[in-house]
Design a protein around this ligand. Structure first.
Ligand code: MG
Length: 378
């Protein structure tokens, strides 16, 4: 099997390469935004045909560093698109952060590549277009997000139409159990301390606000063809059950494992095979107890807002996602407080009045762009 890894220097990208290393999977292309130090090391180990670097200046530097090899370095969006459509790749791993992953996803589908999708914003913002293209081309779309991989795993062997609802588990992030008052002055450092998972900054902040779970509700609705009222969110602090499905007879099936993304990544690459994994074994006797609770939709309003955006449909999820991407960046730069993230998403949705349901890619890109401009992001 041959893969391209988009976003190879991020958390998911690095863990994808762990899996590739273990199973001798050929890596045809690597891409990153501008982490050329890590990218050079990865390129020298995996010897891909091409390396894409979004930042043009960094691409020029990497060209010089890799000039003793045959690796072709391509700068700008062209590099990512070339990696997404590489002729030798069977599967494209999309681990780009944010809606920037949408166009590479569509390019990969059009080139008839199977997709291992870690970039949830692609489906949140462009779900209708992406799922349409998947259907048209017949490519396989494998979820990498741990919850969605869990649901996908639980569904194996279940007859079509047997699904009653999805139970999406949530760790609750860094601030579970806190009140709005207690969250007023939390710092970036506090928010970046996730209890179970080691992840990139954007998703760790999204976990702390529970926006991540909201985005995952929307992602699940596209992947599994379910509506908002067929998805329950359940707080499960230990992150051992990665999600569950309830079938029509009320049987519940869960997928469990250590909090190690290399399990869902590998399953997306080797489906339906089950191969040895670099992830460790689960020791339930040692964990002893698993806990569950209802989410607090008032304190963590991003979760409620995403559900509202899903129910409204059309461009609302795009707007919620774009506003959140800008707000998270502002929070990381310490320009706004933690609770402002939810306020910004709420206002962006309230100000949006375009109720069209039948939307094009251009509509999505425009709504995304306009939301960012309104928030002062260029
Ligand atoms: Mg997840």
């Amino acid at each position: 099997m041959n893969i391209s890894v988009l976003g190879s220097t991020g958390s998911i990208g690095v863990q994808t390469l762990d899996v590739a290393r273990m199973h001798n999977i050929k890596v045809c292309a690597l891409t990153a935004y501008r982490s050329i130090g890590s990218l050079e090391k990865q390129a020298r180990e995996f010897m891909p045909d091409i390396v894409g670097v979004l930042d043009e200046k960094s691409a020029e530097q990497l060209k010089i560093s890799l000039s003793d090899t045959n690796i072709k370095v391509i700068g700008g969006k062209e590099g990512i698109l070339a990696a997404a459509q590489h002729e030798k790749a069977d599967t494209i791993v999309n681990a780009v952060v944010g809606v920037a992953g949408l166009l590479p996803t569509l390019a990969a589908i059009k080139a008839k590549k199977n997709l291992a999708l870690a970039n949830k914003e692609t489906l949140v913002s462009g779900g209708s277009i992406v799922m349409n293209e998947v259907k048209k081309t017949g490519i396989k779309l494998y979820p990498v997000d741990s919850e969605h991989s869990a649901i996908f795993q639980c569904l194996q062997g279940c007859p079509e139409n047997s699904l009653k609802k999805i139970i999406l588990t949530a760790s609750g992030g860094s601030f579970f159990g806190k009140t709005r008052d207690e969250l007023k002055n939390v710092t970036v450092e506090n928010a970046l301390k996730h209890p179970n998972w080691s992840m990139g900054k954007k998703i760790t902040i999204d976990s702390a606000t529970m926006m991540n779970k909201g985005l995952e509700v929307i992602e699940a609705s596209w992947l599994f063809g379910v509506s908002d009222d067929e998805i329950d969110v359940l707080i499960h602090r230990e992150s051992i059950i990665h999600s569950m499905i309830q079938l029509k007879d009320n049987a519940v099936i869960a997928q469990l494992g250590t909090a190690d993304m290399r399990i869902p990544i590998q399953y997306a690459l080797t489906y339906p095979e089950r191969l040895p994994s670099p992830a460790g074994e689960l020791d339930l006797a040692k964990i002893a107890q698993l806990h569950f609770a209802k989410p607090d939709y008032e304190t963590f309003k991003c979760l409620a807002l995403c559900r509202q955006a899903l129910r409204k449909g059309g461009l609302y999820p795009t707007v919620a996602n774009a506003a959140n991407e800008v707000a998270v960046q502002m929070f990381l730069e310490e320009k706004i407080g933690f609770l402002d993230i939810g306020e910004i998403v709420e206002k962006a949705l309230a100000d949006f009045t375009d109720n069209r349901q039948d939307i094009t890619l251009e509509d999505i890109l425009q709504a995304d762009r306009e939301t960012r401009i309104k928030l002062g992001d260029d």
